[in-house]
Design a protein around this ligand. Structure first.
Ligand code: SF4
Length: 445
């Protein structure tokens, strides 16, 4: 049965508490900072898409220069606070730390980054001085990591930025698309306010491109436009009855979780989650933490080909989620119009496909999972219509850009998930920062 309010308020609080607790005290942080050997040509920095000077900010923590440390981080990544909570650091900075080569625990870079950035955001430390107005104005569409990163670095140089956001809050994926035990909605709001506190950034909420305004209007009224519209449409599975009651897509499920009290979110007794990316893991673990008795993750390849990281998968395993590898959804079974099962095809692995991973092949065998709820997390498709309607060159909905992130439309730039189809928050932040540089060159010359 799909029902809400399965747990006590205390249980919800416990289940959704911070998965990566901060240092207990300053001594702990300083001790950890002193473990860093400040590598020349630091591999950790090279693996950070925003190139944060990691040894420098760690050294600043070790010397108790916390404001300097936060400034070092924000200079490269204005979402450094949020990224310290949501980045898959095991495949980025921490995965590259030289301590791994010594078979020792890598420096807890994310935890240190959080140690420096959290007080900056909470106390609104003024770490940057905005330049006097350069007389130019830029429109940014989307107040997510790409859009706000672009807005911040433009504003720093004296540009006036108006951000158009379709939701009622900023932060994009950070606010609406990530597991609540990684980052709270309150933190996301504070982070957006902190970014805005530089001045010169006006965010207009509940404004959707193509509905409340047109791209052409912005092209006529601003010196340049940045598109950071993300990708947001869940991919359909193409199987019978997939739009029945009891079948939901992971994006909207996580969105609901992020915008309501946990007790208001219904969850089934037995839930199947389809996919093994980060969104699938976030949906599966949260369904379990909402009180589902059994959660089974269905993935058509094996653990070796999984798109999520080992750390992510371990969270799901520790939460007690079951894993059904080499299984692909074939049909949703209904009883009285409600989900009662999921028929899956048993797969085997064949030759590598375009992604380089061995492709799943149907063996012809099937089996049935008894479930009363199905969450689809088989990826997202770009806003193809929106992009086509605005005559933007694109590749199946992903906006095509040049090396400087300019599009085929004069003065219009783009970055983040809408050009890459959905990468990490930190990649979007970097795109926003790079696009700001290109836009400045465009509007000031
Ligand atoms: Fe410090 Fe590890 Fe980076 Fe070296 S690789 S600078 S030890 S965090």
């Amino acid at each position: 049965m799909i029902t809400k309010n399965r747990l006590s308020p205390e249980n919800y609080l416990e289940n959704f508490s911070d998965i990566h607790p901060p240092f207990e005290n300053n001594e702990g942080a300083i001790l950890e900072a002193n473990r860093c050997i400040m590598c020349y040509d630091a591999p950790c920095t090279k693996m950070c898409p925003t190139s944060i000077d990691i040894p420098k900010f760690i050294k600043q923590i070790a010397t108790e220069n916390l404001k300097g440390s936060a400034r070092t981080i924000f200079t490269s990544n204005i979402f450094g606070g949020g990224c310290s909570k949501v980045c898959p650091v095991e495949k980025l900075c921490e995965g590259a730390c030289v301590y791994n080569l010594l078979d020792e625990t890598p420096i807890h870079i994310a935890k240190l980054q959080r140690y420096a950035t959290e007080p900056a955001i909470a106390n609104k430390w003024k770490l940057f001085e905005r330049k006097p107005s350069n007389g130019r104005k830029v429109a940014v569409i989307g107040a997510g990591p790409a859009g706000l990163s672009c807005a911040f670095y433009l504003s720093l140089e004296g540009t006036h930025v108006t951000v158009f956001e379709k939701e009622s809050k900023g932060g994009g994926l950070m606010t609406y698309g990530i597991a609540a035990y990684k980052v709270t909605p309150e933190f996301c709001e504070d982070e957006v306010e902190y970014i805005k506190s530089i001045g010169g950034i006006d965010i207009q909420y509940n404004q959707e491109l193509g509905k409340d305004f047109q791209l052409e209007d912005l092209q006529n009224n601003f010196d340049s436009v940045f598109l950071g519209i993300g990708v947001g449409v869940a991919r359909q599975l193409g199987i019978p009855e997939e739009n029945s009651i009891g079948v939901q897509d992971a994006i909207s499920y996580i969105y609901d979780l992020r915008t309501h009290d946990f007790s208001e979110i219904p969850v089934g007794d037995k839930v199947a989650v389809i996919g093994l990316g980060m969104t699938a893991i976030d949906a599966a673990t949260q369904a379990k933490r909402l009180g589902a008795k059994e959660v089974t993750i269905v993935y058509r390849r094996t653990e070796n080909e999984k798109p999520c990281t080992d750390v992510e998968l371990n969270i799901a395993k520790l939460d007690g989620c079951r894993l059904e590898f080499l299984a692909a959804p074939k049909e949703v079974l209904l009883n009285d119009g409600k989900v009662s099962g999921l028929v899956c095809s048993r797969m085997t692995l064949g030759e590598p496909d375009a992604s380089g991973r061995r492709s799943p092949i149907d063996t012809g065998e099937t089996f049935t999972l008894e479930v009363d709820m199905i969450i689809k997390a088989a990826g997202q498709t770009p806003f193809e219509n929106l992009v086509n309607d605005n005559q933007l060159h694109n590749n199946y909905g992903k906006i095509s850009v040049n090396g400087d992130l300019s599009t085929n439309l004069k003065g219009v730039f783009a970055g983040g998930d809408c050009i890459n189809g959905g990468k990490e928050v930190v990649n979007a932040v970097q795109d926003g920062k790079e696009a700001a540089q290109s836009i400045l060159e465009y509007i000031l010359n």
